[in-house]
Design a protein around this ligand. Sequence first.
Ligand code: BG6
Length: 480
Amino acid sequence: MTPHHPSSVVIVLFGATGDLACRMVMPAMFELEARGLMPEHWRLVGSAGDDLGADGFTAILRTSLEASGALPPDWDHVAARTRYLGGFFSADEPGDLPRVVAEVRDELAATSGSDPLVVFFLAVPPSAFPSITMGLGRHGLAEGARVVFEKPYGTSSDSFEELDALVKHTLREDQVFRIDHFLGKEGVQAIYTLRFANKLFGAQWDRHSVAQVQVDVPETLNVANRASFYEATGAALDMLVTHLFQVVSQVAMDTPFDLADPDSVLFERDAVLHRFRPLDVESDVVLGQFQGYRDLDGVHPDSEQDTFVAARLWVDSDRWRGVPFILRTGKMMARKAQLVTLVLRPEDDPLSAIAARPNTIEINFSGAGGISLGVTVKAPGPDARLSYGHAVLDLDDVPGGEPLSPYASLIDDVLRGDRSLFTTEAGLRAAFRAFEPLLGPDRPRPLPYAPGGWGPEEARRLVEPSGWMLEQLERVPGEG
Ligand code: BG6
């Protein structure tokens, strides 16, 4: 079925008073409302443990919208579209949720003339997924609903399988939307069009032209305010098997059979995840921990948790056999950036021996995103001297462009029933299979690194001979 917007929707937000809901999910809903992309008739039902009352919740919502600049001018009107339910919802203790959802559905059906879509958004820790999912099934709420699960969807192969079995027991796959918000980023979505609508790029997108691909996501962020989360998770689980693997799948997927069909796109992204070779932890992974991490409140004084990971991943498909995908991310690093770089093979160019650097294609996937090309040119002047320059395209300069934040983009897809930018159980299973060696006894010990730097020196070994391209880039496209 072609994705389309429903005429009315009830969004039930679990974890409505939490950090994720306040910083990302609720502002994204109001971004869609401001852009005219929410259905005409909608209601938000917030659910969380705190006993706040309706006024307490609207106060939290207002603060969250003010902080993100998404407070609508008709606030009173909008606030009247929200309800709040305090107390946890679970399989054994449904509380008032089934009754409230039924009431809101009836109310919307009466005003809109059709049965509304119901979306359950689980902005809660993964430990709460099973009980809420079971509760939806047991209390008659699952039928016809769409259910959004935040990441991480399982923290190991075993916990993933347990959750998956439970979800399958309660929901059909087409009702399930597993979010990885990196897939909603404008720059990550741009990779698809860049490849499949431009021969200039599409024709180079394979092992014959590309020597290596770098996916580089350094962050300046500390983890002081989420130390216990980091102690339990670490950078590799938080970022590598999730966001970075998904970006690789977007770069490496083969051409979908039908470019406009979401299921076709999903199929190809999944297929390439099955081609990820399990990580060779001895030669291809470097973990790091920033100095000072062990002094944070909530961190064990001898903690061996990683706050940095660099990995060389091999994608054993016909298109990419022999091309390393080199991934890096960490907290407390020198700068924040989100960059894919394709380093092209110089060998076939007659002037390659004297060219200073290989050609590159860079895709910045932070903010509105940007694309740039590193090319060898003749330096203007009397001598036949070669130089190197960058052609830069900032995506927010593109005519008609109005970027959406990743969460707004993905919530819009949930409303339309378009699953092409979500993950599937088969894809996540394949991602865990490739990642699993990092959870075993051969996991390397994290090496210390200085805050404000580029991580352990040892990680440079993975990107030889070109080095990390981000560190050599004068201007990241899309960063003004
Ligand atoms: C989250 C991770 O999913 O993504 C964080 O848990 C990380 O550790 C964040 O900092 C990065 O997201 P963004 O939107 O800033 O790119």
